[in-house]
Design a protein around this ligand. Structure first.
Ligand SMILES: [Zn+2]
Length: 157
């Protein structure tokens, strides 16, 4: 899925949540305080999103922090060969060298294009869904390898 880079980080998070929403179970009680007349798709989606991602889950104290998933930036920095190991160039987002994916962690009101502009060379910017328990909360077959990709080459600058 390609997304518009004028979206904010929060809009992307909601878009991803909307994409996976058919796959997960949400307790009915989450939206029971919204009057039925006000239950638009947008309102329901945002309320459910807040339930999973805005509240503190004391039972999930790890780096995911919620029952569902965290977002990661797919690490496609260029590989560099060391004497005995293969490494990667410094990650533009956290300024560290690492071979695993980077945490997608930006303020909600940041425009995606500003995030993408951090990338030095011509690479795609892909966001992956890192699920807490594969297959536990959702049927994930079609999503496990489905990053959200924006081709840098198609971004006018
Ligand atoms: Zn990083």
């Amino acid at each position: 899925m390609h997304v518009n880079t004028n979206l904010t980080v929060k809009q992307l998070k909601l878009l991803i949540f909307k994409m996976i929403r058919p796959l997960i179970q949400v307790p009915k009680s989450v939206i029971e305080n919204i009057p039925e007349a006000d239950q638009t798709e947008k309102k329901v989606l945002e309320t459910e999103y807040n339930y999973f991602f805005e509240k503190k889950w004391s039972e999930y104290k790890d780096d995911i922090g919620n029952p569902l998933y965290k977002l990661q930036i797919y690490n496609n920095t260029n590989e560099v060969s060391g004497m005995f190991t293969k490494g990667r160039n410094e990650c533009e987002f956290c300024k560290k060298k690492h071979t695993d994916n980077c945490t997608f962690n930006f303020e909600d009101d940041v425009i995606l294009q500003r995030v993408i502009n951090k990338i030095r060379d011509a690479r795609d910017f892909s966001v992956n869904i890192h699920w807490r328990d594969k297959g536990q909360k959702a049927n994930l077959k079609s999503f496990e390898q489905a990053p959200i990709v924006r081709k840098l080459s198609s971004v006018p600058e």
